[in-house]
Design a protein. Structure first.
Length: 434
């Protein structure tokens, strides 16, 4: 009689499981037990129910609280995908299909990458199957509904925001400086900070300098926040905010707010008028930069930064000057270089350029390119320096930038660094324009 054999059951191969959880809004994440906690616990029980299939929880939970499912730009999700690419995951367990993504195209891109790395998606509350055409079609329909739900949620939120603004409620995430939010999320005046706001709108139209206002704020009230002094950009941002005159806005439409204004409409309008006039002056200054010869090559040797051009009017004439970029941004100037007029720079620079243009090397190079100047004397060539000074600013700027790589201004004087091939470039241009 043949001997009967008994087969020993083979244990399933271990499959490493991780959990991914997501919640679109950050509301309620400070509670003792959140929806993310509920997602995690449900997924954990789901993994335990598949222990016989070799599923083993690694202890790793990837949680994105306050991130939309319409994008893959989520920190925990990106960390999880790095682990996928490193071969550290076999199964990703999610509470519901739309937790991993609510954009159909992105979902299939994710699924394709996971499949390439041999990683599966398992859903604790929905039956999904991605290995057959029927299963993938069913999943696609589920993603269609997830995407539709996301769009409807977005429309609902925008509708709520529009209604809130129309009712005069400040429903933006950031609370304007000078206010705080009460238990109903409504703006109320923060008197300790509101005084700074009133000072800005009173002082700026008088001195017409946001930088000076920032300096006076630091002197009078201290820093804006601990470790953050008042800066020029802070002042400009406040001057643009309609909340301070008691209004809210949505999609370009202004509504009367229910919060207490910190300044009158007349004060706000006057400050904005002065700011607009200053903007026009800055735009004129920017146009002046196009004819400032040393723009882009003049640097402050003390602060190791560029010195940018500006202008001032005197007796109906414009005079260009250069100022240290870093020091100009400071409420309290500390740079010993700070500002220098263009006239103070021009003569030493023209003198150095004149020396280059009268060297035998440049003479020989010019003669090779322009034979009729072969017999020119050094005095004749020396006049080229005066010729450059008489050129139109735009033409002079082109020559300066061709010959000079950098001008570095410090307390000790001016250092000039020349371009190696600059003289040849100028000589060629002189030949071409002969």
């Amino acid at each position: 009689m043949p001997q009967q054999r008994t087969e020993t059951p083979v244990s399933a191969a271990t499959r490493r499981c991780v959990i991914y959880c997501r919640k679109s809004s950050s509301e309620g994440l400070d509670r003792n037990y959140t929806s993310i906690d509920a997602q995690r616990d449900t997924c954990l029980r789901f993994i335990e129910s598949h222990a016989g299939d070799g599923w083993q929880y690694t202890g790793q939970v990837f949680e994105d609280g306050g991130f939309s499912g319409g994008t893959t730009d989520r920190p925990a999700f990106q960390r999880m995908m790095r682990d996928v690419r490193n071969g550290e995951i076999d199964i990703i367990v999610i509470y519901k299909l739309d937790r991993i993504n609510r954009n159909k195209r992105d979902f299939w891109n994710i699924e394709h990458e996971l499949r390439q790395h041999g990683v599966e998606i398992a859903c604790a509350t929905q039956s999904i199957e991605l290995k057959t055409s029927t299963g993938r079609a069913t999943t696609g329909i589920m993603m269609d509904f997830a995407e539709l739900e996301r769009e409807m949620d977005s429309e609902r939120i925008l509708g709520q925001l529009r209604a809130a603004r129309a009712a005069g409620r400040w429903s933006a995430a950031a609370t304007p400086y000078g206010y705080k939010k009460n238990e109903d999320s409504e703006l109320v005046v923060d008197e300790t900070k509101a005084e700074s706001i009133r000072f800005i709108f009173e002082r700026y139209p008088i001195i017409k300098s946001a930088k000076q206002v920032a300096k006076e704020l630091n002197d009078r009230f201290g820093p804006k926040e601990p470790g953050t002094p008042w800066l020029t950009r802070h002042v400009y941002k406040i001057l643009q905010n309609i909340a301070y005159k008691g209004l809210v806005a949505y999609e370009g439409v202004e509504y009367k707010g229910i919060h207490t204004p910190l300044v009158t409409s007349e004060q706000w309008a006057l400050a904005r008028k002065v700011a607009a006039e200053n903007t026009a002056d800055r735009e004129a200054s920017q146009r002046m930069q196009s004819i400032a010869e040393f723009r882009g090559i003049l640097k402050c040797g003390h602060c190791n930064c560029l010195m940018t051009p500006g202008y001032t009017m005197k007796a109906g004439r414009r005079f260009i000057y250069y100022r240290c970029v870093k020091d100009h941004a400071r409420a309290v100037p500390t740079c010993p270089v700070r500002v220098i007029s263009s006239k103070e720079l021009e003569r030493p620079v023209w003198n150095e350029l004149g020396k280059i243009l009268t060297t035998p090397t440049f003479h020989k190079m010019l003669a090779e390119l322009k034979p009729e100047l072969k017999d020119a004397t050094e005095d004749t060539l020396g006049n080229l320096a005066d010729f450059i000074e008489q050129l139109y600013p735009v033409e002079r700027s082109r020559i300066v930038h061709a010959l000079i790589r950098e001008l570095r201004l410090s307390e000790d004087g001016l250092d000039i660094f020349f371009n190696t091939n600059g003289a040849k470039q100028i000589a060629e241009e002189m030949r071409n324009h002969a």
